[in-house]
Ligand binder design. Sequence first.
Ligand code: 5AD
Length: 482
Amino acid sequence: MKNKRLEADELEVQRQEVLKQWSTGAGVNLEEAVTYHKAMPAEKVFAAKLAKAKAEGATLAQPRGGTTLLQEQIDLLQYLQDEGGADFLPTTIDSLNRQNRYQEAEKVIEDSKKAGHSLRNGFPAVNYGVVACRRIIESVNLPCQVRHGTPDARLLAEITLAGGFTDFEGGGISNNIPYAKNVSLEETISNWQYVDRLVGLYEEQGVRINREPFGPLTGTLVPPCISHSVGVIEALLAAEQGVKNISLGYGQCGNLIQDIAAVRSLTELGEEYLAKFKYKGMMLTSVFHQWMGGFPQDESQAFGVISWGAVAAALAKATKVIVKTPHEALGIPSKEGIAAGIKATKQIINMVRNQALLNSEELEREKEGIKVETRAIVDKILELGDGDIAVGTVRGFQAGILDIPFAPSRYNAGKILPVRDAQGAVRFLDHGNLPFDKEVIEFHQERIAERGRIEGRDPSFQMVIDDIYSIGKGRLVAIGSV
Ligand code: 5AD
């Protein structure tokens, strides 16, 4: 496996096999799908709407959501569009499709039809096939994205892209390490080269498909340089396969300065590395995920968390914000709950967006720090791969040069420990084998030591545990804060 564009014949051999994985694969016809996409109005094309938002400095809101039954999915999306005021729409894929267990998904659909309502969370798009996906697309007036966490999303991409979706989430690292225990990175990077090459084929025929690596990873206390490194690597892998439109994601940590610095540095780093490898005609945008960790159960408190995320997204000028719901801690949200999250978010964005950009020395320092850390990781990975980012990624994860906190994968070193500093910014209590120089390590230690002094306790694993639960319990920093 190398970071090299898949040859047409290699892709074709895989394609024939992938399209046979479930009966609906036979419904995919690339040429016809290109014609279908070309007839789509621009306001339903994700990349076009993102480009406009980027030019205007606007932040657009997108919910999540998926149901077993097709009609319920359509009703949900129409509601989120008409009542929720969403700018972009999702279709979140069910867990069985994510694991390529189509036979079992078929049974869930049958049982749901009998029951008269959806029995599972998520839409099993592969089982439904191309025509059903197009019914969703044709029922709404907004761009639609496929959201999921699938290690092998080749068939899912074939069907949903032919079905008219114009944005596809995920990547070879971001859909593996946080989601799977036993799947190798060689396997998922290779699967995702296929997905990216497929998107490249659409691009070559004049159809813009946006790709979005999954920024938040494990969702809790992920230091910005970790998710940025994954985003930059997945952007490079995608660009090599011919992808042109990429949204890089970041999950809210909760400290305003750090969150703004993270979003602003993310696309800058992406552009820097894409330029380094001479990829042309790329459009990068940013995605801010409202807090992906544990939420308070109380709905008013949850709205507080949602609103604080909206403030950070708007001040950072993220192109897109993915919204949470007030039901986050309780289970699967109702359509009203999802709409409530969008409305609270948009109210804040509309109040904040015209205000002066927040600029300060502290913000610049934070931004520069994230860049120095990310470059240290990505450059070391390139070195380990003798210039090949795919090879380097496999070796880098083995060596813990890139390490994702709290990930289930046995291909992840799992040596780093993040913790909040006194102001709630996420720092490294233990940086494991991350290739940082002395200055970076000392900066993190000093910030954490400051918190220890304020709280009158030594920074320890207990502090990490406390921080995992703190937002759910009503504060950013677990005990005592400045
Ligand atoms: N509708 C909307 N959001 C959902 N999530 C999970 N299920 C649904 C649903 N049916 C959100 C939760 C979860 C994230 C990945 O997706 O916030 O953390």
